[in-house]
Ligand binder design. Sequence first.
Ligand SMILES: *Cc1c(COP(=O)(O)O)cnc(C)c1O
Length: 429
Amino acid sequence: MKLYNLKNNSEKVNFETAVKLGLGQQQGLFFPVDLPIIPPSELSKILKMDFITRSTEILSKFISNEISKEVLHKHVKKAFSFAKPLKVDINKKISCFELFHGPTLAFKDFGARFMAQMILAFSKENESFTILTATSGDTGAAVAHAFYGMKNIRVIILYPKGKISTLQEQLFCTLGKNIKTISINGSFDDCQKLVKKAFDDKKLKELIGLNSANSINISRLLAQICYYFEAFSLLSEEQRKKLVIAVPCGNFGNLTAGLLAKSLGLPIKSFIACTNANDTVPRFLNNGKWDPQKTVSTISNAMDISRPNNWTRIKELFRRKKWNLKKLRFGSVSDDITKESIKELFQLNYVSEPHAAIAYRLLYDQLKKDEFGLFLGTAHPSKFKNTVEKILKKEISLPPELKKWNSLPLLSYNINPDFNKLKEFLLEK
Ligand SMILES: *Cc1c(COP(=O)(O)O)cnc(C)c1O
């Protein structure tokens, strides 16, 4: 697969390089030169396959020239070696597609674990990497667990201090070994800026073999395409005809993957880009002005991002496919309405959490008469135990995966959002 840098189209790399670099020159994101298409006859065959075989087929559309199908199959099997996503019906017209049955209970496990497999597939003996990534909550855990204990790989995770849930923090700041965590006195956008700055520092980048596991890494997006096909395969013929998918958006990686699935030929009628009060994209789609405001903290903290990285990829995909951005549905939901929506879902016998609840709200409000809707369940409710318990006045039990980490001491360092401080850390620790 060839990819070009969205900031400097003359920089072209193959998939291996894109995975290893993460970002291109001038912090540009990589985007595929060719957008493969699965013809309808092949699509119906693919939809009947099991999750691993189908995912291998889909991924090989992009990368079979660099990794053979047989080898890819092995890696996909390892990456997705946890419980499959689950469709849970809320009512006749709406289902939740739960993506949180992986080891760290959020959809980020798909991307992070596939990326770890790709790094493994491409790394030469004695080649060492520093994975530097910023997290608004769930990426940290997924990446930390995906790379934990891997030889020649050091993982450094930045997160905004006090702005992620206790359980989120517990899940990745207690691991130790090759996983280092730094809490930053600032917002997620501050963390993301620091990561981008590090990538701009050519000397540093070479010195420590810098890589990023953010959703800016193309391997993560490719992995996420696969579960949209799984969702589709679980629907009836009738439901498939008028499918609308509501995606809770932060950095817009998940939505990018969904749109890539559509570009491959999966006939999804419409997407809803769902945000919380950090509504840069909804405002842009409303009035055409890109005007990020200061990030505000909400109860759906993994979506507290006002400068979403992947938006440039979405714009490029619409341009390349000659799709109309006006057809992308969108909306933003306040904390108060989010809470009400969690209660509403509970009345329908479903325990949810703030991120999915935002997607449910907008799906419910925007779904037309003859349409069928899926909203993505991006994290297990127990990851937001305190918030959900306060809203529902009901105890949420912890799955065993979380209990284990609960009592361990946090090993994080703490710094101000100061690039020189980060650089010192990268060179010393
Ligand atoms: C990361 C995350 C999101 C946002 O996903 P993006 O791909 O960054 O848009 C939404 N919900 C949860 C629970 C997340 O962890």
